[in-house]
Structure formats: structure tokens, C-alpha cells
Design a protein around this ligand. Sequence first.
Ligand SMILES: Nc1ncnc2c1ncn2[C@@H]1O[C@H](COP(=O)(O)OP(=O)(O)OP(=O)(O)O)[C@@H](O)[C@H]1O
Ligand SMILES: [Mg+2]
Length: 246
Amino acid sequence: MQNTNDILRVEGLDKAFGAIDVARDISFSVALGECLGILGPNGAGKTSLFNLLDGSIRADAGKVLLDGVDITDLPAHKRAGVGISRAFQVPQPFADIPVFENVLVAARFGGGISHRQAIGFSCEILEQTGLYGKRHRNAGALSLLDRKRLELAKALATRPRVLLLDEIAGGLTEMEGRELVALLQTLKTGVAIVWIEHVAHALTAVADRLMVLHFGQKLMEGPVRETLESAEVREIYLGIEVDDAR
Ligand SMILES: Nc1ncnc2c1ncn2[C@@H]1O[C@H](COP(=O)(O)OP(=O)(O)OP(=O)(O)O)[C@@H](O)[C@H]1O
Ligand SMILES: [Mg+2]
């Protein structure tokens, strides 16, 4: 049933690459202030779902609605402008320019603020994501963890309505994981988050609901504990802890 606070609504998305169904009749919605966690084994279609949401691939059928407006046919380069922003599983910074400029470009791209405001806002985000001290380094010289932080910083800089996070917690220390969880909990109030993550303890600390994908299909969607402990979910992970299912 539709919740009036729903920002993102997906109805019956289908996508196949040849014989592989990466999405089959996927429907869900996410409200303002809510985080939907996505789990599923490698190759389940999680990243492909984000590709459908940010317009990098086109659905064979189904709809994507943002604030009730059908954006299914909106080209990828216009989706950030309407509020869909994504932190990629494989970080994609402009490697030859400094961290600060990477975030500034995103802040300007998000539109609606002056250059001067974008500079202040970029500094705030660099503080929040723990990158301020490294702002003058070239993005290409960062460690993988810092490149993941930069992915998140760039996504936040566009001031999203919908924040798509693809495996941003992997490899973090316990302390860094806690900081990330605290940051996402703070951010959550002003945005709808969809978070793909194998690191279950981080995901469950932030997510309000979980959706589990398997072979491109929605296996289950529901409250966090109930979903993690369900027989279906345990079965696809073959009894191993989700954290180790990589
Ligand atoms: N552009 C493409 N062309 C053909 N097949 C693709 C394409 N993109 C993804 N696939 C296939 O679709 C399936 C789902 O891939 P996807 O990257 O969405 O999985 P995932 O759930 O994100 O996995 P992981 O946990 O490893 O990141 C895989 O079998 C993958 O090889
Ligand atoms: Mg993936």
C-alpha cells in the first residue's frame, strides 16, 4: 500500500541480459526518513537494481516513481538533478583532481546553490565523512576505504532525496563502522536511503526494513530481525553468517 511519505516507489521492474534475469517483477517503496536495506548473494541483481534506479540501464518493464512522478524514462544524467544520488560499489572519483574539487563538482552539479555556498557545503561534508584532512590530495592517491568515503561524500554533496549506497561498509574497522552508522542515522531524517550491504551489523543498525534479492527476484521483504532470521534467507546463505557471505 502506498504511504503518503513515500519518496521512491518502484513498480514491477523487469530487466534481463540475454538469459539472465537481473530484475523480475521488483516492487518496493521507501519513505522520507527511512532506510531500506538490501541483501542478497553475489550476482543476485543488487547493483543492477541501482543501475535501473539511476537510469544507467533501462528497464524492460515496470516503473520508477519519485515523489509520485514517473521518472522511468528520465535519462541518467538528469536523475541526480531530481534528487537520486548514488555511491558506487566500485568508487569512481575524478582521480587526477583533489578530493575537495571532487566534492565541489558534485555540490555544484546538484544545483541550486552559489559557488560560495558550495565551497562551505563541501567542507561540511568532508568533515562529516572524515576526509577534511585529506582534501588537498588527489582522489586517485586515496586508499580504497577513503575512496569509499569520497563516494559517499560526492553522493551527499548533490543534496539527494534518495541516497543509493552500494557496499560502502566493507573493510571498515569497528570504529569506522560505528562512525558510518552514526553518520547515516543523522542523515536519514532528510532523505530516503536504499543501502546494499553485506556487513549485516552495520546495515541492521540503520535499516528500518530489509529486502532480500535472489536471482533477480524479491525473495522477501520485512522487518530487519524477522527477515534475517527467516528460513528462506538462512537457506540462500547456506547457514553462513551474512557478514561472511562475500
Ligand atoms: N551489463 C550486463 N550485461 C550482462 N550481464 C550483466 C550485466 N550487469 C550485470 N550482469 C549480470 O547480472 C547478474 C547480477 O549482477 P549484479 O552486479 O547486479 O549483482 P550483485 O547482486 O550486485 O552482486 P555482488 O554482490 O557481487 O555485487 C550477474 O550475473 C551479472 O554477471
Ligand atoms: Mg553489486
